[in-house]
Design a protein around this ligand. Structure first.
Ligand SMILES: Nc1ncnc2c1ncn2[C@@H]1O[C@H](COP(=O)(O)OP(=O)(O)OP(=O)(O)O)[C@@H](O)[C@H]1O
Ligand SMILES: [Mg+2]
Length: 365
């Protein structure tokens, strides 16, 4: 059924002036005018059948005297008094009853403008819920709904998000402090936890969602220095991050002493050997697709002992020179660096070097 179908008797008033995307509507029924609020949505009859124009109320004026107080020209000064109640509306789009096999489509374009004397209706209650659903592409049968609450525009209208669309895209919640961003996030998370097909990971940097509970919600904390040597495991909610997740920047911050005169060499050798070790892992696994595009920061596993072995080899390498054997390019330049790495590895349990502040000069774990 067409969503924005109205009886003429439900009209707020009639269009009296049209100016590009702004429309002036006169409201005869003073009760309706009183109920009307700025930012409410209205629908206007379009000149095309099966289409409606949707607008937002910008300004409501009671009579001509107030209008002039607001700086309006008294265009209607000579009109009958009931025509002085003016609602100014900005058009925001077109609502189409049917397009091909789709019903109730909202487009943010204006192909027509309303005609003088066409009717204007409020979008409220159930119609608002339905309208917002159409806007959120919730009309389709497979739409997975996430309930957000009700609209401030009209508390009897439910606000939903289309979960399929929501998870396919990047999204950002914005608002001034106290406007409800954290609350909305918690509400979404609670529902996502119930969905069969959705897996969500929340990085709760500020520990805001510690009280979130219920079926499908599990809390983990990243292992820290205090967990070294304990038996806390994944089952206890402790998450150990593997060393190979460290980015190049984090590795150098942890392993390279910048005051060391060999620091640039060490960083370069580290980059080279880790890249080679990651490449080896990918080659051995036959991951040709990843091989083509990976960088040192790609989360690819590698054997840290192999890297250590290669560093030691370079640190003691002898090469052929014109007068017999001579020291290799990095001979003796990596000693302190290797010592630091060995030190970090000693602290590691279960074969993983934890990406936690205990290992770094920086706390970027
Ligand atoms: N939809 C809502 N209905 C009723 N109360 C709400 C709603 N959303 C938020 N609140 C209340 O408003 C207060 C502030 O909300 P919230 O903490 O989510 O804001 P915030 O946008 O995250 O703020 P900040 O930027 O300070 O983190 C909370 O006490 C919360 O209970
Ligand atoms: Mg918050």
């Amino acid at each position: 059924m067409a969503l924005l179908e109205y009886e003429d008797s439900e009209a707020l008033g009639l269009v009296r002036a049209v100016d590009t995307a702004t429309v002036a509507v006169t409201v005869e029924n003073i009760e309706l005018l009183r109920k009307l609020q700025v930012n409410r949505l209205v629908v206007l009859q379009s000149s095309k059948p099966g289409q409606h124009l949707v607008g937002v109320v910008q300004k409501i004026t009671r009579d001509a005297a107030t209008a002039s107080a607001l700086g309006e020209t008294e265009e209607h000064a000579g009109d009958a008094s009931e025509e002085r109640n003016i609602v100014r509306i900005t058009l925001i789009g077109t609502f189409i009853d049917r397009l091909g096999s789709d019903e109730n489509i909202f487009r943010r374009t204006l192909e027509t403008v309303p005609e003088i004397d066409s009717r204007c209706f409020p979008i409220e209650g159930d119609r608002l819920t339905q309208f917002m659903r159409a806007i959120s592409y919730l009309g389709s049968a497979d739409a997975q709904r996430l309930s957000l609450g009700t609209y401030t525009l009209d508390e009897s209208a439910d606000a939903f998000l289309n979960a399929n669309r929501f998870f396919q895209r990047h999204a950002v919640l914005v608002g001034s402090t106290g406007s409800g961003k954290s609350w909305t996030t918690a509400r979404l998370l609670e529902q996502v936890a119930q969905l069969v097909n959705a897996n969500a990971i929340l990085f709760d940097i500020h520990g805001e969602y510690g009280t979130l509970s219920g079926d499908g919600v599990r809390h983990f904390r990243i292992a820290g220095p205090n967990d070294l040597g304990t038996n806390d495991s994944f089952d206890d909610g402790v998450l150990y991050l593997p060393y190979w997740l460290l980015s190049y920047e984090e590795m150098t911050a942890m392993l390279v002493d910048r005051s060391d005169q060999n620091a640039p060499n060490q960083a370069m050798v580290l980059s080279r050997t880790v890249t080679a070790a990651k490449q080896k892992h990918l080659e051995e696994g036959g991951h040709t697709d990843v091989l083509a595009n990976f960088t040192i920061d790609s989360p690819v596993p590698y054997d840290i002992q192999e890297v250590l072995g290669e560093l030691s080899r370079l640190n003691t390498e002898m090469v052929d020179g014109s007068r017999g054997q001579k020291q290799g390019e990095f001979h003796g330049r990596l000693s302190r660096f290797i010592a630091r790495l060995e030190n970090k590895l000693k602290g590691a349990v279960r074969g993983v070097l934890h990406a936690c502040p205990a290992f770094g000069d920086s706390a970027s774990g």
